[in-house]
Design a binder for this molecule. Structure first.
Ligand SMILES: [Mg+2]
Length: 375
């Protein structure tokens, strides 16, 4: 039986992206990323990193330096008891400076070559798998491979989106929320399966009623609902592998946990492959009839959930805690000054001092919050 997997982009999804990471010292895991990977593994997913590394083609780093960076990534994950099952990178770019890597490649996202290679190497069922990334290029690649897709839509980050870019199945503020989305999806799928099983055992005729076509005018929440209530594959992919000339289709650069350096070098050169993904539109998926009121309630629930989820999945902030503590002290000083002012035994000087403290603390709180929001 094939395994389900979660494909992950590297930069700005698992690690911070300063532009191009050129040395292991620059590598920083995004807070919460290792924990999210551990959760996915516990849920039974293989973890596969698929990353474009055009810095090799552009001459910014060598493959050996990239290897060192990835060793550091694995080391940092290991310190948090996390690990990946495969790591695939594409060093090619058509506008590169290094001759050997300055070519088009089907491995480069938005193409799905790395996904198909992982499918073959690790026995992955792509239709049961997910792609999580922070760019529409990641989403396009995931969809070309036939995976579910989640866009890590970091608040405040500006990303390039073409008119032709398809929307992801879901959006998340970070990797932790993405894990929660997958968990909820599985929960709904299991609930749906058990419901269908019980319906079949009670009245087989009900099956005929469930084959109604989707309504023509779907809102966003309808589509999300439909995606939850239907089976995952929107497209079915056929991978066609052809032998081609090396320049037109560069070799696959693969790095798995098990593979040695010698093995990965040995597999690369001659086996140039082109993967062609052909998508087929499926027949309309069965959709359960839902009333207008239900639609409206779903929409309201969705908006309420989105309103709070940023705060839910944000990391703990020292700035926020410190601001809260100082705010409490500032209010306390204000109350004391009020007590002094009302007391006939205390003169005006302590009142002024306490109000001064209160104002100073309030200003510090405002400064801390401004620094935090700029972060
Ligand atoms: Mg990225």
């Amino acid at each position: 039986m094939a395994y389900k997997a979660v494909f992950l982009d590297r930069d700005d999804t698992i690690v911070d992206d300063p532009g191009y990471i050129r040395s292991p010292e620059q590598l920083r895991l995004i807070p919460g990323a290792a924990e999210a990977l551990k959760q996915l593994q516990k849920m039974g997913y293989l973890l596969v990193i698929v990353t474009n590394q055009s810095g090799v083609a552009r001459g910014f780093i060598t493959e050996q330096q990239l290897e060192n960076i990835h060793q550091e990534l694995k080391r940092q994950l290991a310190t948090e008891n996390a690990a990946v099952d495969g790591l695939y990178y594409c060093p090619y770019h058509p506008d590169g400076e290094v001759k050997d890597f300055s070519v088009e490649s089907n491995l480069r996202k938005p193409n799905a070559g790395m996904f198909f290679q992982a499918e073959e190497d690790l026995d992955i069922d792509l239709t049961q798998s997910w792609m999580i990334g922070d760019s529409y290029r990641d989403i396009q690649a995931g969809q070309a491979a036939g995976c579910h897709t989640i866009l890590v839509d970091v608040p405040g980050k500006i990303r390039e989106k073409k008119k032709t870019d398809a929307e992801p199945d879901r959006k998340a503020v970070n990797l932790r929320e993405a894990v929660n989305i997958i968990r909820m999806y599985e929960f709904h799928q299991k609930a749906k399966s058990s419901k269908q099983a019980s319906e079949q055992s009670q009245s087989p005729d009900d099956l005929a009623d469930s084959s109604e076509p989707e309504p023509a005018n779907q809102t966003l929440s309808d589509k999300l609902e439909a995606k939850d209530s239907t089976h995952p594959p929107q497209t079915e992919l056929e991978a066609v592998v052809e032998e081609t000339a090396p320049l037109a289709a560069p070799e696959t650069k693969i790095e798995t946990e098990a593979a040695s350096e010698e093995e990965s070098q040995a597999t690369a050169p001659e086996s140039a492959k082109v993967y062609t993904a052909k998508s087929r539109t499926e027949a309309p998926q069965p959709a359960e009839p839902i009333s207008e009121t239900h639609h409206l309630l779903e929409e309201i629930a969705l908006r309420l959930q989105r309103k709070d989820r940023e705060g839910l999945y944000q990391e703990f902030s020292v700035f926020k805690l410190l601001s809260l503590m100082l705010q409490v002290i500032a209010v306390f000083c204000l109350i004391i000054s009020l007590g002094f002012w009302l007391s006939p035994k205390v003169g005006g000087e302590p009142v002024v001092i306490m109000i001064g403290y209160s104002i100073a603390l309030q200003l510090i709180v405002v400064a801390l919050l401004m620094m935090h929001s700029r972060d």
